[in-house]
Structure formats: structure tokens, C-alpha cells
Design a protein around this ligand. Structure first.
Ligand code: KIV
Length: 250
């Protein structure tokens, strides 16, 4: 299981870090078998699993359920659990909810946005925290790339530096310009994990459904697809349907 120290060493050795979302026992087992470094139980499950509009539509009960399932499938992989919208708005809530996700089997939690004061206390409470800045879906008003203006870029860089000071072991950078991804990755000692943040980040995170091409019409433009399972799955299910209707039942 990759520890924060292992990830730091990977950055120093220029070895890229792989992170992939998973939401259930089956795919966390497969991600582990594929050698993925970090499995993220993302609040993106609101969109890709539950068909809800916003990641704000899931709370702690869903995150605990899905985190427990993922941890049952990935026994030797570092599992990061997302803190859902509203779960970290006060320090008391954040301490309680991070402890709950660790009790479900998560190795660490991811907190979206520059909540450095809260993050400092959670880290002090012995819970490893991953940051997440740039486009932050829990609060973003649009899916546009952030950090394009000098002012925005400076804000994101300063947030990254503050989060590092607060004690996060790693930061996700979502949908920011390549040059900003490079600048932040060079300025920080801790690793950066990009999604739509260019090739200079120390690692990459993608959503499972995007990687497998399960529902490409919903994928963001910066997603990368490594298979086209939508059509293949429909074909397999049609074969089953046809077999039942024509050949009979076994
Ligand atoms: O919820 C999620 O899947 C995420 C990744 C896109 C980083 O936060």
C-alpha cells in the first residue's frame, strides 16, 4: 500500500503516480489487480453511478456505503475517500466525518477547496488529507478551465502553497492550464495529481467510467478513454437477451 512517504519518493524519483476512481467491490479489486497506486472513492459517484446532477447531491451516508464496498475489494491499495459537500464546513463535522471514512477502511480523505485551517486540524488528528483545487465541482459555477488569467493562476498557486503548509500529502489539480500545472508541480515538494492539468503533474487521476468508455456522452473534454465498453456491453447484453428469446433457458 502506497504511503504518503512512498508518494513523495515517487515524485523525487520522477516516477508517475496513477490514481483511478472506483465505487464498488468488483472494480476496486480489478484496479488493485491492475497495479493502480491510489483508488479514489470520488463523489463523482453522484453523477456516474447514481445519475444525479451534482456532486453536491451525495452526503456522508452514500460516501460511507461506497467507501466500505471499495475497501472490501482493495485490501492492499491506498484508498482515498472524498469528503462530500457539507461534511467539512465546521471543524467538529470535519473531524467526525473524516474519522467515519477512515473507520470504513479508507487510508486517507480528499477535501475539496482551500480549507487550510480545517485541513491542518484534521491532519493533526492523524488523518492523512489529499487536497483538490483548480476546478472544484462541489462549488464551481461552470465546467470552464480555471487559472487562465494571471489573477486566477496566482490564487490557485497560493492555495497550493497554503495546502502544502497545512499538511496535505498530495494535491489534485483539476482543469487548469498546462503551464500552471507545471509551475505548481515544480514549486511544491509534495506530489500533484492532475486531471486536465497537463503532462507535468506528478500523477494522473481519471474517472473509471471515462477510462472504460462506459458512458462517453457524459465524459468531460479532458477525460481520456482506454476502451469502448459501452458498445461491447450492449452487444453482450443483447446476446444474452437474444439467447433467452430464441434458444431457450438453461
Ligand atoms: O470525485 C471525483 O471523481 C474526483 C476526481 C475527478 C478528482 O474528485
Amino acid at each position: 500500500m502506497k504511503t504518503p512517504f512512498d508518494l513523495l519518493q515517487m515524485k523525487q524519483a520522477n516516477e508517475k503516480i496513477s490514481m483511478l476512481t472506483a465505487y464498488d467491490v468488483c472494480f476496486s479489486r480489478l484496479a488493485e489487480a491492475a497495479g493502480i497506486d491510489l483508488i479514489l472513492v470520488g463523489d463523482s459517484l453522484a453523477n456516474v453511478v447514481l445519475g444525479l446532477k451534482s456532486t453536491r447531491d451525495v452526503g456522508m451516508s452514500e460516501m460511507k456505503l461506497f467507501t466500505s464496498a471499495v475497501c472490501r475489494g482493495a485490501l492492499t491499495t491506498h484508498v482515498v475517500a472524498d469528503m462530500p459537500w457539507g461534511s467539512d464546513h465546521s471543524l467538529d463535522q470535519a473531524l467526525l466525518n473524516t474519522a467515519d471514512l477512515i473507520n470504513c477502511g479508507a487510508t486517507s480523505v480528499k477535501i475539496e477547496g482551500n480549507k487550510s485551517a480545517i485541513i491542518r486540524s484534521v491532519v493533526k488528528d492523524q488523518c492523512p488529507v489529499m487536497g483538490h483545487i483548480g476546478l472544484t465541482p462541489q462549488t464551481a459555477k461552470s465546467r470552464r478551465q480555471t487559472g487562465q488569467t494571471k489573477e486566477e493562476a496566482n490564487t490557485i498557486l497560493n492555495e497550493a502553497l497554503e495546502l502544502e503548509q497545512a499538511g496535505v500529502f498530495c494535491i489534485v489539480l483539476e482543469h487548469i492550464p498546462t503551464e500552471l500545472g507545471k509551475l505548481i508541480s515544480n514549486r511544491l515538494s509534495i506530489p500533484t495529481i492532475g486531471i486536465g492539468a497537463g503532462p507535468h503533474c506528478n500523477g494522473q487521476v481519471l474517472v473509471l467510467h471515462d477510462v472504460l468508455g462506459l458512458d462517453p456522452s457524459r465524459s468531460p473534454p479532458f477525460a481520456k478513454q482506454f476502451e469502448s465498453l459501452e458498445q461491447k456491453t450492449i452487444e453482450a447484453l443483447s446476446s444474452y437477451n437474444n439467447w433467452v428469446k430464441s434458444t431457450g433457458i438453461d
